[in-house]
Design a protein around this ligand. Structure first.
Ligand SMILES: [Zn+2]
Length: 69
């Protein structure tokens, strides 16, 4: 299925068995596990940037979830 390439934002292809992610627009070619880490890293970066904003609106009701790492 098509997913958004985390590198170039074009269409990447996720294998039907979730084993591999490939992008035809750049050289992205990684396992799904690596893809998840790649995306998670980017999301974590966004979370840092938006940390103050979300913190002021969401409160700290999910504090225990912060310790999953
Ligand atoms: Zn790409």
């Amino acid at each position: 299925m098509k997913i958004k390439c985390p590198k170039c934002k074009e269409d990447a292809i996720l294998a039907m068995d979730f084993s591999n992610v490939k992008c035809g627009s750049c050289d992205l070619d990684m396992s799904y596990g690596e893809y998840i880490k790649f995306v998670a890293h980017n999301v974590a970066t966004y979370s840092d940037i938006l940390g103050d904003y979300t913190g002021s609106t969401e409160g700290h009701t999910a504090g225990s979830l912060d310790e999953w790492d």
